[in-house]
Design a protein around this ligand. Structure first.
Ligand code: PHE
Length: 347
């Protein structure tokens, strides 16, 4: 066997030995020692062989040189891989909780107070057999006004009050278009509750925001009377504010209801000292019997079907419930405010 073959064999057994030492290095120091043992410039065993090549015949040198380079590269790759492994292990250990740190309270997300009120209102109407409905926030003049018996020269349709998107398109100014969309698609009986966002050209102040939530309600069937209308809304008010709540229906006007009413409640409030007193009358919604023209517009026979509709502002109701005088606070997303409505909040 030539000297060259002997050197190549030695290189290969060195390689096997070194790979084992590298893979088994328990820590970065051991790894560094393995590197020096095999690849160290001065006394490394692979480097030693390269130095021994001087004794070889010129034509034998390339064979050994090539093999030595291959082994060097294989060992370098193995060193790098093991180094990464050890580093990953070390950082995993570093992620262990530091038990000397002071504790940090947990923060649980919570439902926005206005959404909590919507949910409470929904549960009451659900108990009375209502289902949920929804419609688009970008509407046409037909659904927002015309089908609701509101001519386009009505002040509500004016650009002063309504945000137009383009020719005949607008951001709905109330949730009442959901009445029309629901009746178009379903035969009576209809009993729906439709919460959603509405938009108006209002200045932002303590009682107005240009975008706000509304909850629409609609009931249509054969034989629905003014008594059903009053009884349903009075029952809602008593379930929401308590048995001793008084309800008042004040004559009003909406183009899509006839007769129309504004519904007020007078609540019994308990003061801190335990004494109870009645609040002032407070308006909670607009409502009325569905105008026959609206029924006709959706293809219902107004001789056969009657119904009632109502619309309320849950932010207003939430403000009443929590004694808040400026509804802008519901929109400002200050967690110090919102956190007070969190149910089961962590410490
Ligand atoms: N859409 C009316 C408003 O926004 C409220 C309403 C709804 C009135 C349904 C009557 C019936 O003011």
């Amino acid at each position: 066997m030539s000297d060259a073959r002997t050197l190549v064999d030695t290189l290969r057994s060195l390689e096997a030995e070194a790979l084992e030492a590298i893979a088994g290095a328990p820590d970065p120091d051991a790894l560094e020692r393995a590197r020096i043992t095999y690849l160290g410039r001065k006394d490394g065993r692979v480097s030693g062989i390269l130095r021994g090549m001087g004794a070889l015949a010129a034509e034998e040198r390339p064979l050994v040189g090539q093999e030595a380079n291959r082994v060097k590269q294989a060992l370098e790759a193995a060193l790098e891989a093991r180094e990464a492994e050890l580093a990953a292990g070390a950082s995993a250990a570093g992620d262990r909780p530091d038990l000397t740190l002071p504790g940090r309270g947990s923060w649980r997300g919570a439902v926005h107070p206005v959404n909590q009120v919507i949910e409470e209102i929904w549960q009451i109407f659900r108990g009375m057999g209502f289902t949920r409905a929804r419609g688009p926030e970008a509407e046409t003049e037909w659904y927002n006004f015309v089908a609701l018996n509101t001519p386009l020269d009505h002040p509500a349709a004016d650009e002063q009050d309504t945000l137009y998107l383009g020719e005949g398109l607008l951001l709905r100014s109330h949730t009442s278009p959901v009445q029309v969309r629901t009746m178009e698609r379903h035969e009576p009986p209809v009993r729906i509750l439709a919460p959603g966002m509405v938009y108006r050209r209002d200045t932002y102040d303590a009682t107005h925001t240009p975008a706000f939530l509304q909850i629409e309600g609609l009931v249509v069937d054969e034989g629905i009377t003014f008594v059903d209308f009053k009884a349903t809304l009075a029952e809602f008010a008593r379930r929401f504010w308590g048995e001793d709540t008084r309800v008042r229906f004040r004559p009003s006007f909406f183009p899509f209801t006839e007769p129309s009413a504004e519904v007020d409640v007078k609540r019994v409030v308990t003061h801190r000292d335990g004494t109870r007193a009645e609040s002032d009358w407070i308006e909670i919604m607009g409502a009325g019997m569905v105008d026959p023209n609206v029924l006709e517009n959706v293809g219902y026979d107004p001789e056969r079907f009657t119904g009632f509709a109502f619309g309320m502002g849950p932010a207003r109701i939430a403000a009443l419930k929590y004694g808040i005088s400026d509804i802008r606070i519901f929109f400002e997303n200050d967690v110090r405010f919102l956190g007070q409505f969190a149910v089961g909040r962590g410490a």
